[in-house]
Design a binder for this molecule. Structure first.
Ligand code: AKG
Length: 266
């Protein structure tokens, strides 16, 4: 489901401001040597950049590969990162948005029960360097069952276009079950599982949102424009869900031949 005007212009602006504020705050901590800088030489391309983390929480920023966050002016850091995670407690605007009736309410309607926030991210595609997020099903990264009680809200903070990296989906394909993921650019669905003739782009104005099952294959392309493309992503699980071990999850999140399809077991 995709809708325009889920957030008002004021709510969009408040979220953009909050994103800038928490990014600057963490980068100032990094400048003072109070944040952790991590780099994983074995990471796939999307995670090969430097990660700046608050030592006392899950809040972190993943920069695009090749960016040295400490040489970028603090107020320009936003133009170089691809992902923020674990940030909603950093600003009351985000605490409110994760509970927003038009966000949490849509998700509850989608999964048929009370929705509990599981994780949150902010995705940024900076002008020209914003990278691709390849085809994936969000459940491939998780370990919550049942699979159909996990869902994502993706909220656009800029006009998202085909050129700057809007969402692409395979409508109805949340019903085909788990698709095998492997590690290349990110952790992504094997290319032969995707029929390009079935792909539908979902451009939307700032303030629009998509609500979708964590079984839905989706993808975003690189940003080839001078316009930035920011989005918030809140992932929810139903109140009846349970977390299982990755081995147990692999038995359920498997292709029809029984082969585990999840990222953890790829
Ligand atoms: O906003 C994007 O580029 C896509 C994000 C996404 O699908 C994800 O991180 O799971």
């Amino acid at each position: 489901m995709a809708f325009e005007q889920v957030l008002t212009d004021n709510e969009v602006q408040a979220a953009r401001n909050a994103l800038s504020e928490i990014t600057c705050r963490l980068m100032e901590m990094a400048r003072r040597g109070e944040a952790e800088l991590r780099e994983n030489p074995n990471a796939t391309q999307n995670y090969a950049g430097v990660q700046v983390r608050r030592p006392d929480s899950d809040f972190g920023i993943h920069f695009e590969p090749g960016v040295d966050p400490l040489t970028v002016p603090v107020e320009k850091a936003e133009l170089h990162f691809r992902k923020l995670h674990g940030y909603h407690q950093e600003h009351p605007t985000f605490v409110d948005l994760t509970k927003h009736p038009r966000i949490q309410g849509f998700i509850s309607a989608l999964i048929g029960e009370e929705a509990i926030l599981k994780a949150e991210m902010a995705l940024s595609k900076p002008p020209f360097i914003g990278s691709e997020k390849p085809w994936h099903q969000d459940n491939a990264y998780f370990n919550w069952l049942p699979l159909n009680k996990v869902a994502t809200a993706w909220i656009s903070l800029d006009d998202a276009t085909i050129e700057n990296g809007c969402m692409h989906v395979l409508p109805g394909k949340h019903k085909v079950g788990p698709l095998r993921h492997h590690h290349t650019i990110d952790s992504e669905i094997l290319p032969d599982r995707i029929d390009p003739t079935e792909v539908v782009p979902v451009p939307m104005k700032a303030g629009g949102a998509m609500f979708f099952s964590a079984m839905l294959p989706h993808q975003t392309s690189p940003n080839t424009t001078a316009e930035r493309r920011r989005a918030l992503q809140f992932q929810y699980r139903g109140e009846s869900t349970v977390a299982v071990t990755k081995e147990e999850f692999g038995k359920v999140f498997a292709e029809v031949d029984g082969t585990a399809a999840s990222c953890a077991l790829a």
